[in-house]
Design a protein around this ligand. Structure first.
Ligand code: ZN
Length: 425
């Protein structure tokens, strides 16, 4: 049984690593995930075409600082890897205050926090600082130094495949490219890794494919290399932002009414807590690529409060205090319930469709626990028999009858044992 502390401990280990969309930080991250589940790591060379895109140069960083005229390091990458604009080119030079300020990023609304900023496509350099620090900079000469490299290398991603009894797949995708930010995206990485571990210890009907990829360019690269197999993906979820205490948010697939959309809605409803459903929009995380019209996969996105909707988003305040073991555990439990419904949501055929079969003579009227439960179980048998005409899944029947999905699943098994029902998918 996996507990929230284990998930949190993985986040803690991953937190200090300076990550980006390529580079050693990604490799170190995948190697730590490999301590939980065996990952297959793929390196795709810089310059490789991926649909309309190209795998970028590999970026690595060792150190960076800004020194004041006294030679004191006033901004130091070693204190927070968020201080450096992600993908900064190497630089070492003396600058005046005005030039320095042209390369500084801060958050006037949150003056004590360091923002997270990237510049993947414009070759430039920069530092991210608290607004208070920026405001207090004196008019003097500064020395800036960024010890980074941006040169041909590769884009790295990790994959874990769990074979089930069918080749039909459930895709779980999470991004791995942000540096020291706990909720976005270390919570997604850690919850996915432990979900994978848990599923690998079960016998599953579906095969499960876990992707640990840099956002956008990672999913585009993966899709461009796996186009032929994509039709196996029956359901998918993009996972991120799962460690804070806010409500769950589910963003529907582009198709909007697929089985995974219905399953997640049902499980959220049964959780008995507030939640929000969002329609698809072509913005956000990697669901944008999986749901691009040329693929249009049944992939939704599960988060708690989405990106940009909480003040700590993409700042130094998205730290190890912002995520909690209990919320991580709750997220893993929810996704586990989703996979349980994915595994058991079958469509059946009633083999005795002309009038109701006699249940009593087949011993199907036995008491199952409390009196209320027996009545529900009896109703479950009748609902399944009536609606199992090959067009209604157990989930449809659960939604229509208001009966508990697990109870219906139990009833379907009993009807199968009594040769009254045949499984169709
Ligand atoms: Zn982000």
């Amino acid at each position: 049984m996996i507990n929230g502390q284990q998930i949190y401990d993985l986040i803690k280990k991953l937190y200090p690593i300076p990550r980006s969309i390529t580079g050693e930080g990604v490799r170190q991250t995948l190697s730590l995930i490999s301590e939980v589940i065996p990952l297959k790591v793929t390196e795709v060379p810089s310059g490789t075409k991926a649909f309309d895109w190209e795998v970028p140069m590999e970026w690595n960083i060792r150190d960076a600082w800004v020194k004041n005229s006294k030679g004191e390091k006033i901004i130091n990458f070693k204190n927070s890897n968020l201080h450096v604009l992600n993908y900064s080119i190497p630089i070492q030079k003396k600058v005046g205050l005005a030039e320095l300020k042209d390369h500084l990023y801060s958050l006037p609304d949150q003056p004590e926090w360091i923002p997270y900023r990237t510049s993947y496509h414009n070759l430039t350099w920069g530092f991210c600082v608290s607004h208070t620090q920026l405001e207090n900079l004196k008019d003097e000469m500064y020395e800036v130094m960024i010890d980074s490299t941006l040169k041909p290398g590769s884009l790295t991603y990790g994959e874990y495949y769990i074979e089930g009894s069918t080749k039909q797949e459930v895709l779980i995708s999470t991004h791995i490219c942000h540096p020291s930010l706990a909720n976005d995206n270390l919570s997604g990485i850690a919850v996915s890794a432990y979900l994978a571990k848990q599923l690998s210890e079960k016998k599953n009907n579906y095969s499960y494919r876990f992707l640990f990829i840099p956002v956008t360019i990672g999913s585009i690269t993966w899709l461009s290399r796996n186009e032929a197999e994509v039709s196996r993906i029956k359901h998918g979820l993009v996972l991120t932002l799962l460690g804070d205490g806010s409500d769950f948010y589910y963003k529907r697939s582009r198709q909007g009414n697929t089985e995974i959309d219905k399953i997640v809605e049902k499980v959220l409803k049964d959780l008995g807590k507030a939640y929000k459903l969002l329609d698809f929009s072509p913005y956000g995380y990697d669901e944008r690529q999986y749901c691009s019209p040329g693929f249009n996969l049944a992939v939704g996105r599960l988060t708690r409060k989405p990106h940009g909707e909480f003040p700590e988003y993409h700042t130094s305040a998205d730290n190890l205090d912002f995520v909690k073991p209990e919320y991580l555990a709750e997220s893993l439990d929810l996704i586990t319930s989703i996979t349980e419904v994915i595994e058991t949501n079958k469509t059946y055929l009633n083999l005795n469709p002309k009038c109701e079969p006699q249940l009593g003579k087949r011993g199907l009227f036995k008491k199952v626990g409390g009196a209320g439960k027996t009545k529900d179980f009896h109703m479950a048998l009748l609902w399944i028999l009536n609606y199992s005409d090959g067009t209604h899944s157990l989930l449809d029947i659960s939604n229509q009858s208001g009966l508990d999905f697990k109870l219906l699943h139990e009833a379907a098994k009993r009807l199968m044992d009594a040769d009254l029902l045949q499984e169709l998918n």
